[in-house]
Design a protein around this ligand. Structure first.
Ligand code: HEC
Length: 179
């Protein structure tokens, strides 16, 4: 009589354990799937970022610079430009300060403000300030124009550089068409 009751209780306990274990197992599987999705997502993001920064290191055209420029906003660029205005004027009619006036700089020849005395490196650089060149310069000014005298370390954030370049492009009588 009692024996029958006890085996019912034991059966109930075993059943409970089995149910708890299977719920755990199920939770594990679901959680693992989530975790895997997370990892995949992160890997994709890293690849994207890497591609953009790789492109920053060489002048190039077409899609990549468009992807890069799309990161920026003119409004934010105006804020970033505060890093520059100690040494540069950016508005129309602004004169040279420690550095040359930057009104209309995007699109003009490097080192071409006639009343400004550039270093040999900047004066003889020869290229034009297009979006790619300005981006490469702003990553690390010392490396892009070797021997120039601009005492500024550079801007590491892509969004900051893209925004600043958009803003500088607007500070001009003839902004370049965006890529
Ligand atoms: C500490 C002062 C200083 C700061 C800050 C500074 N610059 Fe300069 N910049 C200079 C000087 C000096 C030169 C001239 C370099 C040469 O002749 O070698 C220059 C040159 C340049 C040129 C070349 C212009 C031309 O006519 O070819 C650009 C573009 C430029 N700076 C952009 C910037 C931007 C954008 C910022 C802000 C992120 C900035 N600079 C911050 C001092 C500065």
């Amino acid at each position: 009589m009692y024996g029958f009751e006890i085996s019912k209780i034991i059966a109930a306990i075993i059943l409970t354990i089995v149910i708890v274990l299977s719920i755990n197992k199920l939770a594990d599987v679901v959680f693992n799937i989530d975790a895997r999705e997370d990892v995949t997502y992160k890997v994709t993001k890293v690849t994207e970022t890497k591609e953009i920064s790789k492109d920053d290191n060489k002048a190039n055209s077409g899609n990549d610079i468009k992807v890069f420029m799309d990161l920026g906003s003119i409004d934010h660029g105006k804020t970033v430009a505060k890093k520059c205005i100690g040494c540069h004027s950016v508005s129309k009619g602004g004169g040279n300060k420690i550095g040359p006036a930057l009104w209309g700089v995007i699109g003009r020849k490097v080192g071409s403000v006639t009343e400004y005395k550039y270093s040999k490196a900047m004066g003889g650089f020869g290229k034009n300030w297009n979006f790619e060149a300005m981006n490469n310069f702003l990553i690390k000014p010392k490396d892009y124009v070797k021997g120039n005298k601009m005492a500024f370390a550079g801007i590491s954030k892509e969004k900051d550089r893209a925004s600043l370049i958009l803003y500088l492009n607007e500070q001009s009588d003839s902004p370049l068409p965006l890529p």
